[in-house]
Design a protein around this ligand. Structure first.
Ligand code: AMP
Length: 398
C-alpha cells in the first residue's frame, strides 16, 4: 500500500465523524462515527473491510477520549503508516478563509475569533484539531471551511440592510454554509454535463437535516440561502428558515420568551417538526403524508413551496439556468419532493421524467428531467472527498 491516505475528522458538539480515505482510489479504508460524546453511553461505530464494529466508551467521555480510541484503532488496523495528512471540517471561517489552509497558530487564533459566529460548531472543531495535533504530531493538519466556497459572493448579496457599522465592526453579514457540498456537486455537474466554466449557471440544493441553496455562476458561488448562521433561508428539519424578524420582539414582549428560548424555538422546534408536530425526519413525514396526515402534508407543501421559490429567485443572479442539482439525504432520495419542486419550476423549462426520478435514489446519480438543457440532476454529495483531496494537495505542497 502506498502512503496516500488522509484521515478526515468532522467534530460536532456531541459527535465525531471520521474516515480514512485513499486519495488515489477514493476508497474508504475506515469510516465511522463517535456519538453521544460527553453524555451517557457514548460509543464509536466503525466500518472496516465491510465489517461493522462498535467500541463502548465510558459515560461522560468526550472528544479527547474518542480521538485517543480512534488513534488506537487506526494503529491496531495498521492504517497509521499510510497517513499523509489530517483534514478537519471547520464550520465557520468568517472572512479569514477563502480556501482550505494548513493549520498553524494563526489559523487556530482566527478559528477561535470566529467562534462568536458559530458558538456550537467552531469550539467543537477546535477540540478535534487540538486532539489530532497531539495524536498525529508529525502529520500536517488542514482546515477545510464550510463558509469558504461562498467567499466569492459580492457585497450586494452578502450584506444585510442594517447599519453598515455592524458589518465593519462586528462582521455581521451573510456567510453561507454547506460550501464543501455545493462545491463538490457543482464541480461534478460541470463534468457530467460538460458545462463550460466560463458560461455556466447552476443552482445546487443541499437538502439534509440542514438545507441550503447556492447560485453558482461559472463555478463560483454568487449567492446562497443561509446567512450569518445556518438558520436563514429554507425550511429545514427543525429550523424555521426565513421569518419576519418582528417575530422576535412579539415572542419576547407578548409571550415572555427569553432570547435563548426564541433561539431554541427557531433552531430546534420549527421547520418540518414544528409544522407537522410529528417528526423532523423527512422520510417519516412523507410516510405520514401518504397516509393522509394533514399537518405532514402541509409540512411537505411548505417545504417544497419555499424551496421552489428560493430556486426561482436565484435565477436572477445567474441570468438563466443550465442545471439544478439535488443533493443531501432528502435531495438524493426523495423523488416526492424533487417532483413537487421541479413541477413548480416548469416555467423554467424543467419537466420531470418519472422513471429517471425514481431511478436516481439511494446513491444513484442522474438527470431526472426529460431534457438536458436546462436539467435537474441528482448528485450524491461527498464532503469527505473534498476534505481529503484538499488536505492531500496542501500536505504535498509542504
Ligand atoms: P442528511 O442530513 O444529509 O443525512 O439527510 C437527512 C434527511 O434525509 C432526513 O430528513 C431523512 O429523513 C432524509 N432522507 C433520507 N432518506 C430518505 C428517503 N428515502 N426519502 C426521504 N427522505 C430521506
Amino acid at each position: 500500500m502506498s502512503s496516500s491516505h488522509v484521515l478526515v475528522l468532522n467534530c460536532g458538539s456531541s459527535s465525531l465523524k471520521f474516515a480514512i480515505i485513499d486519495i488515489n482510489s477514493g476508497a474508504e479504508a475506515l469510516s465511522g462515527l463517535a456519538e453521544r460524546l460527553a453524555e451517557q453511553a457514548p460509543l464509536i461505530k466503525y466500518k472496516h473491510n465491510g465489517s461493522k464494529q462498535c467500541i463502548d466508551l465510558n459515560a461522560g467521555d468526550a472528544h479527547q477520549v474518542a480521538i485517543k480510541q480512534l488513534v488506537k484503532l487506526v494503529k491496531q488496523l495498521d492504517l497509521a503508516q499510510n497517513l499523509i495528512a489530517v483534514g478537519h471540517r471547520v464550520v465557520h471561517g468568517g472572512e479569514h478563509f477563502t480556501k482550505s489552509v494548513l493549520i498553524n497558530d494563526n489559523v487556530i487564533d482566527a478559528i477561535k475569533q470566529t467562534s462568536v459566529l458559530a458558538p456550537l460548531h467552531n469550539p467543537a472543531n477546535l477540540l478535534g484539531i487540538t486532539a489530532a495535533q497531539h495524536a498525529f504530531e508529525n502529520l500536517p493538519q488542514i482546515a477545510v471551511f464550510d463558509t469558504a466556497f461562498h467567499q466569492t459572493m459580492d457585497k450586494h448579496a452578502f450584506l444585510y440592510a442594517i447599519p453598515y457599522a455592524l458589518y465593519t465592526e462586528h462582521g455581521i453579514r451573510r456567510y453561507g454554509f454547506h460550501g464543501t457540498s455545493h462545491y463538490y456537486v457543482s464541480t461534478q455537474a460541470h463534468k457530467i454535463l460538460g458545462l463550460s466554466h466560463d458560461q455556466s449557471r447552476v443552482i445546487s440544493a443541499h437538502l439534509g437535516n440542514g438545507c441550503s441553496v447556492a447560485a453558482i455562476k461559472n463555478g463560483k458561488s454568487v449567492d446562497t440561502s443561509m446567512g450569518l448562521t445556518p438558520l436563514e433561508g429554507l425550511v429545514m428539519g427543525t429550523r424555521s428558515g426565513d421569518i419576519d424578524p418582528g417575530l422576535f420582539s412579539f415572542l419576547v414582549n407578548q409571550l415572555n420568551y427569553t432570547a435563548s428560548a426564541v433561539d431554541e424555538l427557531l433552531n430546534k422546534k420549527s421547520g418540518l417538526l414544528g409544522i407537522s408536530e410529528l417528526s423532523n425526519d423527512c422520510r417519516a413525514i412523507e410516510e405520514a403524508a401518504a397516509q393522509g396526515h394533514p399537518q405532514a402534508t402541509l409540512a411537505l407543501d411548505i417545504f417544497c413551496y419555499r424551496l421552489a421559490k428560493q430556486i426561482a429567485a436565484f435565477v436572477v443572479p445567474l441570468g438563466g439556468l443550465d442545471a439544478l442539482i439535488f443533493t443531501g439525504g432528502i435531495g438524493e432520495n426523495s423523488d416526492v419532493i424533487r417532483s413537487k419542486v421541479v413541477n413548480m419550476l416548469a416555467f423554467l423549462g424543467l419537466n420531470i421524467d418519472t422513471d429517471k426520478n425514481l431511478a436516481a435514489r439511494f446513491g444513484n446519480q442522474g438527470v431526472i428531467t426529460s431534457q438536458i438543457q436546462p436539467c435537474a440532476i441528482v448528485i450524491p454529495t461527498n464532503e469527505e472527498w473534498v476534505i481529503a483531496t484538499d488536505a492531500a494537495t496542501i500536505a504535498q505542497e509542504q
